[in-house]
Design a protein around this ligand. Structure first.
Ligand code: KG4
Ligand code: ZN
Length: 390
């Protein structure tokens, strides 16, 4: 029995085969994801086989607006969804009638964007008389690790750090549907602040998007000659935010970078070395905050006798190689838990950023339990992950 089945079994889900006795296929889900600015469509089987994964990015559309333009995003989803679904089926070698169930992102997310994917999925499912499941976007980010680490999946209870454009969440996951929020942010999400700092430094997004462009800029070391000396080490050490508190806050970092850029005459007036130092200092401070809160959360679990062995890190910002490589995150986990080894689990970068594979996978336990939604199910742009168990 594969790790995937073991995980679903441990969670009390029976992994049934398709009802049709002439078929030996496992349950196959076609999913769409459209909660923000990526249009996704994918086909995944209940054995965890990713048959296709299509993501159509919209970065070029939004770069001129400096952030996601809601109306342009909806229009792009409407344009891209039909082709993405068609390509997902073609790549999977299936026709739509071969699919057993259809999943979509129900929330949280941008209302118009969610609506585009939900309408497509619900209409398709109703017309084909297929079951449909609406998925919680952050639950999907959290459960991706059960798919991508199938041989040794993280065991419940585990901690999960979800870092995206819409959220910064540190959760205790006790089952596929039970999540307790240990820390969140009352102001801006880490992803949004990466985006804003990237824009403040006037970095070109290229095809990467703003957060990945900032990471890329930090990594690059090819300085044009002659502009390095005067500005070295002028960048201040950015402050630690709310040390000791089980809460995130990134607006202070955002303002500190803004103040520095403004005081030096704007991004265009900064030489490349200063800009890079500032970008690196921001990235260091933002990731440092994540590390500190993970350490606090581990300690919180230990004080309550909650035996956590895995930390799952996912969401768009978890595709950042600096965050993934920074051994301090591992060390802070180890310091907080010197006797019990804690494993850090990162899905591959392409499955940390938004995709429909994670939506298909997070819907699977509900399809297998025959816990379907109605064709008239509505989207939930605001939807706490804690409500899933209620
Ligand atoms: O999970 P995601 O793809 O979409 C949401 O659910 O919001 O996360 C998108 C966020 C954006 O803010 C994006 O700039 C950020 O993740 N991001 C990154 C990187 N790749 C994407 N931030 C830092 N470094 C990256 N490499
Ligand atoms: Zn996301």
């Amino acid at each position: 029995m594969s790790g995937i089945f073991l995980t679903l079994r441990r969670a009390g889900i029976r992994c049934t085969r398709r009802q049709n006795p002439s078929s030996s296929r496992l349950f196959t889900v076609l999913a769409v994801e459209s909660s923000a600015d990526d249009t996704g469509a994918a086909v995944v089987t209940s054995s965890g086989n990713i048959l296709s994964n299509i993501v159509v990015k919209q970065h070029q559309i939004h770069e001129d607006f400096g952030g996601i333009h809601p109306y342009k995003a909806v229009q792009a989803h409407q344009r891209n969804l039909p082709g993405a679904v068609r390509k997902a089926l073609t790549d999977a070698g299936l026709t739509v009638t071969d699919v057993d169930g259809i999943a979509f992102t129900r929330g949280p997310g941008m209302p118009g964007c969610l609506g585009a994917g939900a309408t497509a999925a619900l209409t398709l499912a109703a017309a084909l008389n297929k079951p449909v499941v609406g998925v919680h976007h952050m639950q999907a980010h959290a459960l991706t690790a059960l798919l991508t680490s199938a041989e040794s999946p993280p065991e419940f209870p585990f901690l999960t750090l979800l870092v995206s454009g819409g959220h910064t969440l540190l959760l205790l996951a006790s089952s596929l549907t039970q999540f307790r929020i240990l820390a969140t942010t009352p102001d801006e999400s880490i992803g949004r602040v990466f985006d804003k700092v990237s824009r403040m430094l006037a970095l070109p997004w290229s095809s990467l998007g703003p957060g990945a462009a900032l990471e890329d800029f930090c990594r690059s070391s090819s300085e044009p000659s002659g502009d390095c000396d005067s500005s070295r080490h002028v960048v201040p050490v950015l402050p630690r935010t709310m040390p000791g508190a089980m809460a995130f806050s990134f607006s202070g970092l955002h303002s500190a970078v803004e103040r520095f850029v403004t005081a030096h005459g704007g991004a265009q007036a900064l030489d490349i070395t200063t800009k890079r130092e500032l970008a690196r200092e921001f990235q260091r401070a933002a990731v440092g905050q994540l590390e500190e809160k993970v350490g606090l959360a581990l300690h919180w679990c230990q004080m309550r006798g909650i035996d956590v062995r895995h930390i799952v890190v996912s969401g768009g910002v978890a595709s950042n190689a600096y965050l993934r490589d920074r051994c301090a995150l591992r060390l802070s986990a180890q310091e907080a838990s010197p006797h019990i080894p804690i494993s850090l689990v990162f899905p591959p970068p392409s499955l940390c950023t938004d995709n429909a594979v994670m939506i298909a996978w997070a819907s699977m336990h509900r399809f297998l339990a025959r816990d379907f939604d109605n064709y008239s199910t509505t989207i939930l742009p605001k939807w706490s992950i804690e409500e899933l168990s209620g």
